[in-house]
Design a protein around this ligand. Structure first.
Ligand code: SF4
Length: 350
């Protein structure tokens, strides 16, 4: 998006016009590498291109090494307070390190820079209200948008003065408007890829809505190169929500879109049950198709003519349509099976 520096996290490239990258974070115990790898696999299958893993102590080194060597995608180590952990994580195969420079001494940051430079590993500078430098907090009186942006820009300057430009930057907040405004202040002042997302956003519904607003406003304004939808839920749902945000913005083609009518007094078909069933079936599909589930045969096919496929009906008499033309009539089960078969045989154009 707005960044002009390309940063490589393993095989994944961020910034400089590359597509927006979806990432998420595990919530398993990192010491339990088997469970962590299982969860990473699920997130990857769901569409995550990068996964962040907490690295809380020095005992993590061996399990983390096993994780980075077997994971299907590059792994980012999430480090807090201790430079030695960052150095260990790099040695154990981290493809990126995430730190909050505001919580580390300059000496410690220099140690991390040195290890990252030697290994060619990028660093994400994380800024949030809890990591602001004392003098910046005193200057602004509270963690204002300006304070967060100044902290990020100061950290970028420190890394650059020390010869390190392999950077990703993030300003996070749990308040949507705060997050939008502080990131907008980076526009034109940060040439590095920017990681965006609303942190501590809540559960599936609330968190998805907050993240949709925060992420889409910034992306439409040209800010953001990688996204994380933070949810108090299964991390794979974070990935699904992220895909839906990008898909809605025409920035993602490796997932289907389901359109379904809101139902009304004319409804003669089980729209809600069928669309939920389709959501499950298509959860991990990478096909760029649009499927419609409509509540009545009167308006359904016409209203969903833009879709590649659709299903509707009256009671157990269903119709399946393709590009607005009816291709099958019959009971619900064979109709649904025909829809699945058609979708399976559908070849993506891109
Ligand atoms: Fe109502 Fe039919 Fe429109 Fe669904 S498609 S909202 S059932 S008129």
């Amino acid at each position: 998006m707005n960044s002009n520096v390309e940063v490589s996290i393993g095989r994944v490239k961020l910034g400089a016009g590359n597509p927006v990258v979806i990432q998420s974070m595990t919530n398993t115990d990192t010491h339990d590498y088997k469970s962590t790898l299982k969860q990473i696999g699920e997130m990857y299958e769901s569409g995550a291109e990068l996964v962040r893993v907490a690295y809380p102590d020095r005992e993590c080194m061996e399990p983390f090494r096993k994780i980075t060597s077997s994971a299907p995608c590059p792994i980012i180590a999430d480090i807090h307070f201790d430079a030695k952990l960052a150095v260990d994580a790099i040695k154990a195969g981290a493809s990126k390190i995430r730190i909050n420079p505001g919580n580390l001494s300059k000496k410690n940051i220099l140690e991390i820079i040195s290890a990252a430079k030697d290994s060619g590993v990028p660093i994400r500078i994380g800024v949030n209200s809890g990591s602001l430098e004392k003098d910046i907090l005193e200057k602004y009186g509270s963690p204002t948008e300006e304070a967060l942006a100044e902290s990020a820009i100061r950290s970028i300057g420190f890394f650059e003065e020390n010869g390190f430009k392999n950077l990703v930057v993030s300003i996070k907040s749990s308040d949507v408007m705060h997050m939008i405004k502080s990131n907008m202040l980076l526009k034109g002042k940060c040439s590095y890829p920017i990681h965006i997302g609303v942190t501590e956003a809540g559960g599936l519904l609330r968190g998805s809505i907050k993240n949709s607003i925060g992420i889409s406003v910034l992306l439409l304004n040209g800010v953001g190169d990688t996204i994380r939808v933070s949810l108090s839920d299964d991390p794979s749902k974070e990935v699904e929500a992220a895909k839906m945000i990008l898909k809605s913005m025409h920035m993602y083609s490796k997932a289907p879109d389901i359109i379904s009518c809101p139902t009304c007094s004319r409804t003669t078909f089980d729209v809600i049950g069928t669309s939920n069933e389709l959501e499950q079936v298509l959860k991990r599909s990478k096909k760029n198709i649009k499927v419609a589930v409509m509540g009545c045969v009167v308006n359904g096919p016409g209203e969903s003519a833009e879709a590649d496929f659709g299903i509707t009906g009256s009671g157990n008499d269903c119709v399946v349509f393709k590009k607005g033309e009816i291709i099958f009539k019959g009971a619900k089960e064979p109709a649904f099976n025909r829809l699945l078969k058609e979708m399976e045989e559908y070849e993506d154009k891109d």
